[in-house]
Design a protein around this ligand. Sequence first.
Ligand code: XMP
Length: 321
Amino acid sequence: MSVKEITVSELDTKKFIQEKAGEISSIVGDGIAINALSGGVDSSAVTMLGHQALGERLKTYFIDNGIMRDGEPEQIASIFKNLGVHVEIVPAQDEFFAALKGITDPEEKREAITQTFYKEVFGNLVKKSGAKYLLQGTILTDVDETVAGIKRQHNVFEQLGIDPQEAFGYKIIEPLVQLRKDGVRKIAEALGLPASIYNRMPFPGPALSARVIGEATREKIALVRKATSIVEEELNSSRAFQYMAILHNDRVTGMRDNKREFGQQIEIRCWDSIDARKARPTHMDFAALEKLAGRIVAEVPGVVSVTYNITAKPPSTMEAV
Ligand code: XMP
């Protein structure tokens, strides 16, 4: 099935919202749907659109998979509470870390997360709630990259010939699939979401596990989470498309307190991009980079080396996994 793109210049936000809310209502009828909110612009737009269409008949969950950023589940639930949308936080750390155990291959990691999300966690929520539909914020770039075999995005099924009804026991509705990120931001703004959401930096479905090279253990996730908080604090006022910290798998020799320390390496990536299809490393001020490195080695135990990526996408991709 090919998807017809709606470019940002063609997008009439009011008409789009009306049409998609109407489609959601007519598909779900008087039944129940569920959706998972991560706080990203895509899932946030879908949450508001779904609530416009279905009201209380849309149950919104935040899956606390243990690989989100510091304080993220509570922050997002509180933003939506202010918008009148109840979000239930579902603790699922154990399921995700069990699924990630021993896996080092990037695509196998992505697949483990996909299966845990869709089969285990959503499978149970569907049973519990009686829903037949899952509403989700897949966008055209997710489909393109998955179909091209570049990265298996966690949320793409039908375009890969997978029938979610058969595989997981529920149908998936994807109201944003004709849009790219810039279009979704406009829709999110038109739906009344705050700027902290419609301008929110993208964050991948596999979350911090996409930023740990090799096995994503609880300890490594905790380490990259600390580095991520520092990078986000320091680069918050930059106008870059996306910035991140990546934890490498191999260690390097460093020194601390005049002793040898065989420590961890963090790579910083900061991207300029319009729609994530292509990206260039931001020309960062060197003093800003040095400040970042200084904070990371001082505040994240075990890190002795910080590097900055200077490769464009392609051939790089934006995330490391
Ligand atoms: P890559 O690493 O493929 O990333 O160059 C392009 C953009 O997509 C985000 N990304 C994802 N988003 N599910 C998502 O919803 C995923 O599985 C996923 N993987 C990468 C990434 O953060 C970047 O903005």
